[in-house]
Structures are given as structure tokens and as C-alpha cells.
Design a protein around this ligand. Structure first.
Ligand SMILES: O=C(O)C1=C[C@@H](OP(=O)(O)O)[C@@H](O)[C@H](O)C1
Ligand SMILES: C=C(OP(=O)(O)O)C(=O)O
Length: 417
């Protein structure tokens, strides 16, 4: 539980390393033919879960001053251990990888993760030689995954596709097909980017992905992880809410990260963004209501729905069905948070509407053990008349353990209860 009391005057902040990029680079490095150094200046509970799980499959990973040195898996662990904690990415990307390496793997999961969907992936893995002691973790996975053609619905989680693609170079010729348009497609593009960075050939035709026979991972001596757009966007939203100037360093303008879309969305709302050698600078309060398609950038809803409270008029967030399948039901949880803090919001089907007035009253809100709700609730304090108190604020460690230190360093205030 944490109370956020004071607004931030603005300032300069370095983006934390992109968790989505780090997960994939660590996995590719663990499957390569030589050691790789992966550079990132900060970790998180999710990234640590991937490191721990890769060690549980047989990799050796040493911490270095500015990242980790990954010694790839030469002899797969028996049994393998996948310990994703609450990280959906770790679980769904590593299931096919583990089944390609280990005859038996024990798989655990914490928090809401056992309830989050796995069925399409498990169904395809079963059809390719793998059996599961149960359909939700904790379970034991037995049998080696074979290559061939995998085909799944594209509207449940892109992580199923990323996992099969990461495993593909271990399987021989593999094709992964999305039935219907693939949602969160940029996360799969990021997977493909990392595969290519580590020497794997991927042929893409629409939402069909093909990895030819004989394409393997090669170690990369020095591999840098990009800055994280999902969390960097917090500081751009802080400008959009308050008009105070923030500069975020380390964000790549032409990144394939899905949440780079935050820049376009925030600019459309009236905040000016300028890229210079010194970083991305946001100036000016946002004044125009938002109209956001969540299909390709689901993780932005929490902070953008708070931004909508700071803008007069009705904002709309549509195509949000998958938001119900995250660390919390983010449609319901954000509607509850905004209502608790004095805002006006309603859900119609998979669309969330916010009727912004420019201000919130503040008060208490539940974060449902969801790191992105903690970020959103903290930003709400910037436009609230009284302090904001958040339950489950320690959930922030999932992706951004130093968030409140950074908040403090920028001149904001908060204290733990
Ligand atoms: O592959 C990834 O790194 C992710 C994909 C997205 O999930 P879905 O594809 O399930 O929407 C995103 O919401 C999640 O935070 C991270
Ligand atoms: C949904 C998220 O992560 P994951 O799916 O990896 O748990 C997230 O970071 O918001």
C-alpha cells in the first residue's frame, strides 16, 4: 500500500530496458552456439524469471556490471524447470522452447498466471508430441516437440506465436500460421527481429511465419537492449497531464516495440514531442480526447485511461477484449480505479469510455496486484485534489522495481503505508 502525495516538477529520466526485448534476447542467447553478452542496466521480476527459467533449462547466466553473460544450453536439464513467477511472456515463450529441449519439464506459475489462457498453444503442442499432466500450471510437460505446421487463433495472445518461433530453430522446418488477423503483431515482429539479430532466417508472408530447415542461433558478443516504450510512456503521459516538461532518454524512435504508438497517441492529443540527441522531450498539456485501438498496444490502456481523465470530453478505448486476460482484468480494474478516484467511466462490450473533466478527486484505489495499475494510479495523483493511496503497490516490481525511486528522484513524493 502506498500513498502518492506530490506532483512532479518535470525532469530528465533514462528509460528502463525493454522487458519484451530482454526476454527474447536472453532466450535466443541461451539457444545459441556461443556465449553472448546482453546489455541492460536494470532488471525486473519478470526478466529475472526468464533468467531463472533459462538456468532451469540448462543455461549458465552470470551477472556482469552492465547486464548478463549467457552461456548457452549444451546439455538440457533433466527434468527442465520453468519458473515464470507471474510473467506471461516467460511462460508462453518458454513452453515450446523447453519442450524442444527437455523430455520432461516441470512448470510452475504464480499470481493470476495459472488462470491466463494457454489452450491454443497447448493444443498445438499436444498435436506435435507433447503431453501435459494438467491444462494449467503447475504441470509436468513430457515428450519432445516436433516441427511442422502450427496454426492458432490470432486474437488470444501473440505470445503463443513468439514461443513457437523461438523454438522453431530447434525443430527443423517450421511454419506458424495465425487464423484470423494477429493481435499484438508487433510483439511477434520483435521476436522475429531478435531471431534475425541472432542469425536465424524467418520468412514472413502476412501472418504466416516460416523458419527453414537448418537455420540456427548464433551468439552475439555484445547485444544491447532498447529502452522500454511501455514504461517510458509514463513520463510522456506525465507531461500530457500536467504540462510540465519531461525528457526520456534511451527510447528508439523507429523501434518495433508495440507501445512506441504511445508517442503518436499523445501527440494527437496535443502534447508536443521532440527527438534530439538528448532524448525525447514532451512539452505541453494534452487537450484533445483520445480514440485508441487497443488491438496492437494493450499494455497502454491503464496509463492512457488516466490521461483521458485529465482531458475534458469523452475518450474511447476500443478492441479491448484481451485486456481481460492480463495480470488483472484491466478493463474492469481501470473502470473501478477511475470511479474510486472520482472520475467518470463506463464499459460497453470491449470498449472503455472515459468522460474526462480535467481533474480527479483522489482517494483510495485497488491495483489488483497489477504493475500497470500501480503506474496508472500514481499518474492519477498528478491531477487529483487529494493524495492517492494504492493497494498492492509492490506489484510494480514485476516490470519497474525502481519506479518510486525514479518518481522521488524527479521531485515527486510518495510513502509506503
Ligand atoms: O510478447 C510479449 O512480450 C507481450 C505481448 C503482449 O501480450 P498479448 O500478445 O498476450 O496481448 C503484451 O500485452 C505483453 O505485456 C507482452
Ligand atoms: C501483460 C504483461 O506481461 P506478461 O504478459 O508478460 O505477464 C505486462 O507487462 O503488462
Amino acid at each position: 500500500m502506498r500513498t502518492i502525495t506530490a506532483a512532479i516538477p518535470g525532469g530528465t529520466i533514462k528509460a528502463i530496458p525493454a522487458k519484451a526485448h530482454a526476454h527474447r534476447a536472453l532466450m535466443a542467447a541461451a539457444l545459441a552456439d556461443s556465449a553472448s553478452h546482453i546489455r541492460f542496466h536494470r532488471s525486473s521480476r519478470d526478466i529475472d524469471a526468464t533468467i531463472d527459467s533459462l538456468c532451469g533449462l540448462g543455461a549458465t547466466i552470470e551477472r556482469t556490471e552492465d547486464g548478463v553473460r549467457v552461456h548457452p544450453i549444451t546439455t538440457p536439464a533433466s527434468p527442465g524447470q520453468v519458473r515464470p513467477h507471474e510473467s506471461g511472456t516467460t511462460l508462453r515463450l518458454l513452453l515450446p522452447v523447453a519442450a524442444a529441449l527437455c523430455r520432461t519439464t516441470e512448470v510452475d506459475a504464480k499470481g493470476r498466471l495459472p488462470q491466463r489462457p494457454l489452450e491454443p498453444l497447448l493444443g498445438q503442442m499436444k498435436a506435435h508430441g507433447v503431453t501435459f499432466s494438467k491444462d494449467a500450471p503447475p504441470f509436468t510437460m513430457t515428450g519432445l516437440l516436433s516441427g511442422g505446421t502450427f496454426s492458432m487463433a490470432g486474437n488470444i495472445s501473440s505470445q503463443f506465436f513468439s514461443g513457437l518461433l523461438l523454438a522453431a530453430p530447434l525443430l527443423g522446418e517450421t511454419t506458424v500460421i495465425s487464423e484470423g488477423p494477429l493481435q499484438s503483431r508487433d510483439y511477434v515482429r520483435l521476436t522475429i527481429r531478435v531471431l534475425q539479430d541472432f542469425g536465424v532466417t524467418v520468412n514472413v508472408t502476412g501472418d504466416t511465419f516460416h523458419i527453414p530447415e537448418g537455420s540456427h542461433y548464433h551468439g552475439v558478443k555484445d547485444y544491447a537492449i532498447e529502452g522500454d516504450w511501455s514504461n517510458g510512456a509514463i513520463w510522456l503521459v506525465a507531461t500530457a497531464l500536467t504540462g510540465q516538461t519531461f525528457t526520456v532518454t534511451g527510447l528508439t524512435a523507429d523501434s518495433v516495440q508495440a507501445d512506441r504508438r504511445s508517442a503518436t497517441i499523445i501527440e494527437k492529443a496535443g502534447t508536443t514531442l521532440t527527438y534530439t540527441d538528448g532524448g525525447l522531450t514532451a512539452t505541453g498539456k494534452a487537450t484533445l480526447p483520445l480514440n485508441v485501438d487497443l488491438e496492437q498496444c494493450p499494455d497502454l490502456l491503464p496509463i492512457l485511461s488516466i490521461l483521458a481523465c485529465g482531458i475534458e470530453g469523452r475518450s474511447r478505448f476500443y478492441n479491448g477484449a484481451r485486456l481481460r486476460l492480463k495480470e488483472s482484468d484491466r478493463l474492469a480494474a481501470m473502470a473501478e480505479m477511475i470511479t474510486s478516484l472520482g472520475g467518470s467511466v463506463h464499459i460497453d462490450g470491449d470498449t472503455l469510455y472515459v468522460d474526462g473533466t480535467g481533474r480527479l478527486t483522489g482517494g483510495r484505489a485497488h491495483c489488483y496486484n497489477d504493475h500497470r495499475l500501480v503506474m496508472a494510479g500514481t499518474l492519477a495523483a498528478l491531477i487529483s485534489d487529494t493524495p492517492v493511496t494504492l493497494s498492492d503497490s509492490e506489484a510494480i516490481t514485476k516490470s519497474y522495481p525502481q519506479f518510486f525511486d525514479d518518481w522521488q528522484a524527479l521531485g515527486g513524493n510518495s510513502y509506503e503505508l
